[in-house]
Design a protein around this ligand. Structure first.
Ligand SMILES: *Cc1c(COP(=O)(O)O)cnc(C)c1O
Length: 367
């Protein structure tokens, strides 16, 4: 039996008819850029997350760039973030000309360590960018408290956390600006690239709406140099079909996680994901810490089971950031995590027999 890391065929089968229908509606009107589907989907997200303003854009990466630009962060500014994340987090900071300042993570949740943030603040620090990694919101109460004390902005990279809660609050709506990605492998994925900014601040919202159309207001008059970064009407139409199913999909991911917790807890060579009692995860990934990780990975792949390392090289050690002078040993928890993590299939459509197969192959490896 094969168990892929993600099964988009199984995912789309039940809703493909609905998607074809809404796409026909877009094709009937030819309003491809910022059409009625985009406005409608933004309103649906505002409703779902309980946030005042949702601004669609071309990708989760662009959402971060737009957020930084809206907060006027650029040259000579520093943004404190985690090195244990997808590249886009720090890439967006560098793209606006600011400096990513990496601090270490917590060993159990893999999220940024608030105590380390406080130590890294300088006179140049403008913002903190926590990432809600693998679907679990960072410790936003502590992060907001530090930000408030030092007058810093908070941008939540919530690309992996749509619908995840922290102290009953929706991730991505707790800081100044939050972002979403609709990349196909995220919990709410579209059929291409897509992203969104979230904020409760009306001024920031207006600025974000202008920045995504080259900073123009009114048309052909430019107050800022913005981007060309819109969510396509086609993608918004697809996402509007999918959003009503999201809670059900997240619940299935949590049930799959529960199944793994039950059946893998007696394997001493692996550590299962730790979710804080204040947090409700959406399990974008189910990421274990494994002894002999590389051998386990090969054994799973040889047995037809999808798995992947998110992420193999922390960002402070990436070649493109060499001028930041990060070196091996600087951020030991991130570096050790990169050597020991492995993500296994958790997608909502997993069957019991598929989960049993994953469990069997892992147990078989260590016996
Ligand atoms: C996916 C992802 C992004 C970027 O999203 P794109 O839509 O692919 O540009 C940013 N940050 C994190 C943590 C992500 O996982």
């Amino acid at each position: 039996m094969k168990v892929p890391l993600l099964d988009l065929d199984a995912h789309y089968k039940p809703i493909m008819g609905q998607i074809r229908q809404v796409l026909d509606e877009v094709f009937a009107t030819h309003q491809y850029i910022l059409g009625p589907q985009v406005k409608a989907f933004e309103a649906m997200i505002q409703d779902y997350l309980g946030v005042k303003h949702a601004i669609g854009c071309a990708s989760g990466t662009d959402a971060l760039v737009l957020a930084l630009k809206a907060l006027e962060i650029g040259k000579n500014d520093e943004v404190i973030t985690t090195p244990f994340t997808f590249f886009a987090t720090a890439g967006s900071i560098a793209r606006v000309g600011a400096k990513p300042v990496f601090v270490d993570i917590l060993p159990d949740t893999f999220n940024i360590d608030p105590a380390e943030i406080a130590k890294a603040i300088t006179s140049k620090t403008k913002a903190i960018m926590p990432v809600h990694l693998f679907g679990q919101v960072s410790e936003m109460d502590r992060i907001n408290e530090i930000a408030k004390r030092h007058n810093l902005a908070v941008i939540e990279d919530n690309a992996q956390g749509i619908g995840a809660l922290y102290m009953e609050q929706q991730g991505g709506t707790i800081g100044d600006i939050g972002t979403l990605s609709f990349f196909p492998s995220k919990n709410l994925g579209c059929m291409g690239d897509g992203g969104m900014c979230l904020t409760n601040d009306a001024d920031l919202a207006q600025k974000l709406r202008q920045l995504r159309v080259h900073g123009e207001n009114p048309k052909y008059y430019h107050k800022w140099v913005g981007l060309n970064s819109r969510l396509d009407s086609i993608q918004a139409a697809v996402l509007a079909v999918k959003l009503p199913y999201l809670e059900e999909w997240s619940e299935k991911r949590r049930q799959n996680a529960e199944y793994y917790y039950q059946h893998l807890q007696d394997v001493p060579q692996i550590k299962l994901p730790v979710i804080r009692s204040q947090a409700k995860s959406i399990y974008n990934q189910f990421t274990i810490i494994a002894e002999n990780r590389d051998e386990l990975k090969n054994h799973l792949l040889d047995s037809g089971i999808g798995c992947a390392i998110y992420y193999p090289l922390p960002l402070h050690l990436q070649e493109c950031f060499a001028d930041l002078n990060g070196k091996a040993g600087d951020l030991p928890i991130s570096e050790e995590s990169a050597e020991r993590v492995l993500s296994i299939p958790i997608y909502p459509e997993l069957t019991d027999s598929q989960k049993d197969r994953v469990i069997e192959v892992i147990k078989d490896f260590y016996n």
